[in-house]
Design a protein around this ligand. Sequence first.
Ligand code: 5AD
Ligand code: SF4
Length: 481
Amino acid sequence: MKNRQLGPLAQKLYIKTYGCQMNVYDSGRMADVLAPLGYTLADSPEDADMVILNTCHIREKAAEKVYSELGRLRRLKTAREKQGGRMILAVAGCVAQAESEEILDRAPFVDMVFGPQAYHRLPELLAGLKRAGKAVLDTDFPPEPKFDHLPKDIPDPGAPGTSAFLTVQEGCDKFCTFCVVPYTRGAEYSRPAEDVIAEAARLAAAGVREVTLLGQNVNNYHGAGPAGPGSPETWGLGRLIRELAETDGIERIRYTTSYPADMNDELIAAHADVPELMPFLHLPVQSGSDTVLKAMNRRHTADDYRRLAGRLRGARPDIGLSSDFIVGFPGETDADFAATLRLVEEIGFVQAYSFKYSPRPGTPAAAMDAQVPETVKSERLEALQDVLNAQQLAFNRSCVGRVLPVLLDRPGRKPGQLVGRSPYMQAVHVDDPIEGPGAIVRLVITAAHANSLKGGVEGARGQGAGGQGAGAEPIAERASA
Ligand code: 5AD
Ligand code: SF4
């Protein structure tokens, strides 16, 4: 391996994030860990002294994408070195965890490779790189939880925006036969409730109004409750949500991603009683066929999912459900796929993600017989997406005329326009917003598209603030603005 000459510590950091929301959260925490060392964020790799690729390994081609990005960055690094400068190149996240040394073999110009459990050790890794002058690797699963080692007082965390992710749980013990997560993220771990509550309070103080609680199995959260007389030893997610709803400034709470078999009564009841909990739930079912679900090692049947949807709707009649689907899992027949379509028709999803099964090295399904041909996977994906897209559009259209509370969070493309999120995660555009980002405004929905809505400020047509727009129906969510 080539030796490296490192100068004084680099100061500008660029992080490219692939994949899931947890990676977005992790990238933020890496920036926090590096801030005390003097790193501030750069807008592009061209401006950066250190580039981290925070990678995702969930589906095929992820690793190949990383290698082609590394090829581009290598040219940048070489050009920089020719001019006497330097660039530290790091690969983090699940591809790093899964491929480990292989990355350094294939891309020997990479300086650091570390997995999702190691980012709190970034300062040590940087020191090690400087000391050794050669690439450093950290893909161990450490015994101590990384959350205990993350900085609590960040010198300049930057503006987190109006909506933020907050990881409460990590890892997965479910071992669905198609999935790499139990191998790349390790065993399930829940953060103590007090830590989560303190982080939510810090976010609220920085202007955040909506938190999305993250975990690969977030609804199996079982964190230590605060010590004290009468406290239960561990809290479930329902209890945690009730407490978080008391945080001053936090107006909206969401959580993702949930495993159907882990939806318990306490959590379902929170959907009925906690107005801050948004009426939207991403609850992946993957397939509507019991045979496929069994082969996937999912611990629920299609009917379990139907019953669960019924219980959720009993608790919160206006809840919108979202799901993930995999088509072309090994052995999936036309009849199995038809069962998936049937389930989709019966449940009615407000949005969904669907994927062709992609064999992941080291997972049981990759070695199963009866892999489904690519052409069949493509046909099924198209058929499923036709139905899902139609459901999404129908739901969006059903919002026209309703008044929805929208959390404004960013400028739109047109001058003066703002974009926000409805309770159901729809992007809502408003041309004359009156209030700025961070406000939750009641908007009359005037138009619906496949992926977004258009809204106008309620009362702008003469009804007065707080009144109902023509044809609008009241909705169950508390008006927060
Ligand atoms: N092939 C296709 N899709 C997958 N997912 C996870 N692993 C695979 C795979 N091997 C999908 C699942 C999961 C989502 C995050 O990614 O639907 O819920
Ligand atoms: Fe993967 Fe299944 Fe765990 Fe979800 S529940 S992370 S799909 S193993």
